[in-house]
Design a protein around this ligand. Structure first.
Ligand SMILES: C[S@@+](CC[C@H](N)C(=O)[O-])C[C@H]1O[C@@H](n2cnc3c(N)ncnc32)[C@H](O)[C@@H]1O
Length: 304
């Protein structure tokens, strides 16, 4: 019922924005887009590295970002004829024929944590899914695990389906819905936050999801370096003018993770002292990685 209502709302919105004729013309494309790529029908070698999986499906977690090549070349008629949809691009194996932009290079760092977990039956949650390319990579890397994805976006944006894959629309600023979701599906063994890369999302997701991590589980946060760099330069500018940041976030995530390592109680806009005490009680270790790309950063919080 919810699906029908969503489709109806989208149809009304499209007619309003593009007119009836253009909306009718769009209908065949809509049908193609609604068809999901079946991950269970894609055969890949068992020992394929996580970086290769991320590359094949096209998430920027790989060293090279393959999805960007597809969307760039997709405007060309010959390319479009050869690769009429994203599934045909996934199945292309002549990788050397194309050029690729650099990705954020997280996969090889993740793999260090995942190597001994690969064949376990885990519950893995990713916050921030977009088209689902990273969900597809997790799905194939962990053949026995249940993969959960949440995003604020409508399911039509998700390109994939699979027997072990579940997608839900959740706004990660909506603590009430998160609690309801986690009570229903938690606890998770791995949680990856690749959602909105800014404050207060970083802190709120840790605060809301860390309690729903299993003992021995790992919570990952991606992409805070860009915001940290910006904050540092604003602090320097303030210092020059003998001012302080008054209402914004004034502590970088790198600094917050350093406090976490020392289990230091600090004042924060999102974490209360009680939140920090809870985190420290269960936090075994924090590692922060900078994989080399100018904006890539990955923190791993391991639970006791
Ligand atoms: C960087 S993309 C995810 C990329 C994906 N993990 C991958 O590697 O292919 C970030 C996603 O976060 C989602 N997002 C942004 N704000 C959100 C919110 N408030 N709640 C949930 N998801 C959100 C966006 O809709 C977007 O799809």
């Amino acid at each position: 019922m919810r699906k029908i209502t969503t489709i109806f709302h989208r149809a009304v919105l499209r007619i309003k924005n593009h007119g009836l004729i253009e909306s009718i013309k769009y209908f065949p494309e809509f049908l193609i887009k609604s068809k999901k790529i079946d991950l269970d029908a894609i055969n890949l070698k068992d020992n394929i590295s996580l970086d290769n999986l991320c590359f094949i499906f096209g998430t920027d977690k790989a060293f090279l970002d393959r999805k960007k090549t597809f969307y760039k070349l997709n405007k060309d008629f010959k390319f479009k004829k050869k690769f009429p949809n994203y599934e045909s691009w996934i199945n292309e194996r002549k990788f050397k024929l194309y050029k690729y932009e650099l990705g954020l290079n997280y996969a090889k760092f993740y793999e260090k944590y995942f190597a001994n977990l690969k064949y376990k039956k885990l519950k893995i949650l990713e916050i921030g899914v977009a088209a689902g390319h990273s969900l597809a990579a997790w799905y194939k890397y962990f053949p026995k695990s249940q993969i959960y994805g949440i995003d604020i976006k409508d399911k039509t944006f998700l390109l994939y389906k699979g027997k072990r894959l579940r997608y839900d629309i959740i706004d990660c600023l909506d603590t009430k819905s998160i609690k309801k979701y986690c009570k229903k599906f938690g606890k998770f063994d791995l949680i990856i936050d690749d959602s909105f890369h800014d404050h207060p999302f970083f802190e709120m997701n840790i605060k809301n999801f860390f309690p729903y991590l299993n003992s021995g589980g790992i919570y990952f946060l991606e992409d805070f370096l860009d915001v940290d760099k910006k904050l540092k330069s604003i602090r320097q500018y303030n210092l020059k003018h003998k001012k302080k940041i008054m209402w914004g976030f004034d502590v970088t995530m790198h600094e917050k993770f350093s406090f976490f390592k020392k289990k230091k109680i600090f004042s924060d806009q999102i974490f209360t002292k009680k939140d920090l005490r809870y985190i420290y009680k269960y936090l075994k270790k924090v590692n922060v990685h900078y994989p080399g790309h100018p904006v890539s950063s990955l923190a791993a919080m391991i639970k006791k």
